[in-house]
Design a protein around this ligand. Structure first.
Ligand code: TTP
Ligand code: MG
Ligand code: MG
Length: 454
C-alpha cells in the first residue's frame, strides 16, 4: 500500500495577521486581538509574532498583555471577517483535494494522496498552497507534510511562522524523538506528570517505553501513546463533505396519479433538501429524482445544473422536469429528490451570485426556522395540504410508519475510529485557560487544536 500523504495547514497568528493585512498601519507592529466590549476583562485571542516577543500569547488576560507590552496595539475581535477569510482559505485548500478536514477556524488536514499525480508530491503541493494563500489572501500559513495527521500537525507547528516541514515516510519516529512529550496529542499536564514518573520527557523516551508497563499504568491510553510516539496514527482525513448526497423521499399514503399532489410533494422535498444543503454550508451540482410506481417499478433520473445551488427553486424545477415523463399517466407510490456533487464547491466563487432578494428571503426563512422550529415558515403552496413540514427529517411520515427509508444522508463507508483519547481537534487539557475568561469575544472557533505554544 502506498503511504498516504497528509498535509496540516495552519495560518500564522491568524486573527492578528488579518488585522495587519487590512490595516496597513499595523503591519510590522505588535498587535493583540482580543479587546472586547468590557475593557480589560477579556483574554487575548491572538498575538502577532511581534507581540509574542513580549511574552504575549493567546488566552492570556488582556490586562497581563498590557503590562507585558505597553506598546502593543490592541484591537477588537472581528469574528465575521475571520470567518469569511477562513472560508477563503478552505476554498483554496479544496482546489488541491476534495479531502479537506477543517479542524478550526485557521487550520485543516488535507489528504493529497490522490492529488500527487496532478499537482506533484506533498512538498510541492504544500509550497503551492502557501504561495496561493500568500498571493490571493496576503497571509502566511505553516504546513506540515507527513503520512499521518498526528505527524503532519506537529510538523506544521515546528517552524512557525511561514514554516514548511516535511517528514518522509519511515522517518516519523526519528523526527518525533527529540520533541517534548507535551507536543503529542492526548498528553496534558496530568499525563505528562505521570510519564515524568517514568523519566519520560521527550517523545523518544516514550517510544522506548515498555508497552506493557505503560498499559498497566495508564490503561489503553498508555498503549496508544506508545503508538503515537512512533508516529502511528490511522485516523483518516474526515471530509465533512463525505456526505455524498442529501435526499428526501416520500411514500404516499395512497398511490396517486394526481400531478398536483406529486408536484407539491416534490416542492416540499426540494425545500427540505435545500434547507439541509444550506445548513451544511455547501451547494449541490446534481439533482436526482426517484419515482416508484404502483407496481414497484423504480426509476431514477439525474441532471447536473448549469451552476451549483442551495436554493429550493432550481432544485424543484429540475425535479419537476425529471419526474414528469416518469409520472405522467401512472399511479405513483413514492417520489424522492436527492442532491449531490458537493465537491464543486471550490468553483463557487466563479459564479455570479444568484438573485440577492431571493437569497435574503431564504436566509430570513432559515433564521425563523432555527428560532421557532421547522413549521415556522412554509410556502403558500404547502399550506393545508396535510404534507409534513419539509424541514422535519420525515420522522413520522407515512414512509416511516411503513418502515421505509424516508430521509437519508448517504455517507461513504469511512468512519472515524472510536477513540477514548481526545481527538486532534478537541480541546486538550493543557489548552484550558488558566484565567477567568469572560467569553465576550467568543466566536465559533470550531475546535482549537493540539498543543499550546508553551
Ligand atoms: P491558532 O492557530 O492556535 O493561533 P494563531 O493562528 O493565532 O497563531 P499560530 O501562528 O501559532 O498558529 O489559533 C487560530 C486563531 O484562533 C487565533 O488567531 C485566534 C483564535 N484563538 C482564540 O481566539 N483563542 C485561543 O485561545 C486560541 C489558541 C486561538
Ligand atoms: Mg494559526
Ligand atoms: Mg490553528
Amino acid at each position: 500500500m502506498t503511504p498516504r500523504t497528509i498535509l496540516h495547514v495552519d495560518l500564522d497568528a491568524f486573527f492578528a495577521a488579518v488585522e495587519q493585512r487590512d490595516h496597513p498601519e499595523l503591519a510590522g507592529k505588535p498587535v493583540v486581538v482580543g479587546m472586547g466590549g468590557t475593557g480589560d476583562r477579556g483574554v487575548v485571542s491572538a498575538a502577532s509574532y511581534e507581540a509574542r516577543r513580549f511574552g504575549v500569547h493567546s488566552a492570556m488576560p488582556i490586562r497581563t498583555a498590557r503590562r507585558l507590552c505597553p506598546t502593543c496595539v490592541f484591537v477588537p475581535v472581528d469574528g465575521a471577517t475571520y470567518q469569511r477569510v477562513s472560508r477563503e482559505v478552505m476554498a483554496i485548500l479544496r482546489r488541491f483535494t476534495p479531502l479537506v478536514e477543517p479542524v478550526s477556524i485557521d487550520e485543516a488536514f488535507l489528504d493529497v494522496t490522490a492529488s500527487r499525480a496532478l499537482f506533484g508530491d506533498g512538498e510541492t503541493i504544500a509550497r503551492r498552497i502557501k504561495q496561493a494563500i500568500r498571493d490571493e489572501l496576503r497571509l502566511t500559513a505553516s504546513v506540515g507534510v507527513a503520512r499521518t495527521k498526528l505527524v503532519a500537525k506537529i510538523a506544521s507547528d515546528l517552524r512557525k511562522p511561514d514554516g514548511l516541514v516535511v517528514v518522509p515516510p519511515g522517518e516519523e519516529a526519528t523526527f518525533l524523538a527529540p520533541l517534548a512529550i507535551s507536543r503529542l496529542w492526548g498528553v496534558g499536564p496530568q499525563t505528562a506528570s505521570a510519564l515524568a514518573d517514568f523519566g519520560v520527557r521527550t517523545i523518544g523516551d516514550l517510544a522506548a517505553m515498555d508497552r506493557a508497563a505503560l498499559t498497566r499504568r495508564l490503561g489503553q491510553h498508555g498503549a496508544s501513546l506508545v503508538d503515537r510516539a512512533h508516529g502511528i496514527d490511522a485516523d483518516p482525513v474526515d471530509d465533512p463533505d463525505a456526505a455524498k448526497s442529501i435526499g428526501h423521499e416520500h411514500t404516499f399514503d395512497v398511490d396517486t396519479a394526481d400531478p398536483e399532489v406529486i408536484e407539491r410533494t416534490l416542492l416540499a422535498m426540494a425545500e427540505g433538501v435545500s434547507g439541509r444543503i444550506r445548513a451544511a454550508g455547501t451547494k449541490a451540482a446534481t439533482i436526482t429524482v426517484k419515482v416508484r410506481d404502483t407496481a414497484f417499478h423504480t426509476v431514477t433520473r439525474q441532471r447536473t445544473l448549469p451552476e451549483p445551488t442551495d436554493l429550493t427553486e432550481p432544485i424543484w424545477r429540475t425535479a419537476l422536469d425529471l419526474a414528469r415523463p416518469e409520472t405522467r399517466g401512472k399511479r405513483i407510490r413514492l417520489v424522492g429528490i436527492s442532491a449531490s456533487g458537493f465537491g464543486e464547491r471550490e468553483h463557487l466563487g466563479l459564479f455570479e451570485p444568484d438573485d440577492p432578494r431571493q437569497r435574503r428571503a431564504t436566509a430570513a426563512a432559515d433564521e425563523l426556522r432555527r428560532r421557532y422550529g421547522p413549521r415556522a415558515v412554509t410556502r403558500a403552496r404547502l399550506l393545508r395540504t396535510g404534507l409534513p413540514a419539509p424541514f422535519e427529517r420525515d420522522h413520522g411520515t407515512a414512509a416511516e410508519r411503513r418502515g421505509e427509508h424516508a430521509a437519508d444522508v448517504q455517507r461513504t463507508g469511512r468512519k472515524r475510529p472510536v477513540a477514548p483519547e481526545p481527538a486532534p481537534g478537541d480541546l486538550d487539557e493543557d489548552l484550558e485557560p488558566d484565567v477567568d475568561p469572560e467569553p465576550d469575544d467568543a466566536i465559533d472557533l470550531g475546535a482549537v487544536g493540539g498543543d499550546s505554544p508553551a
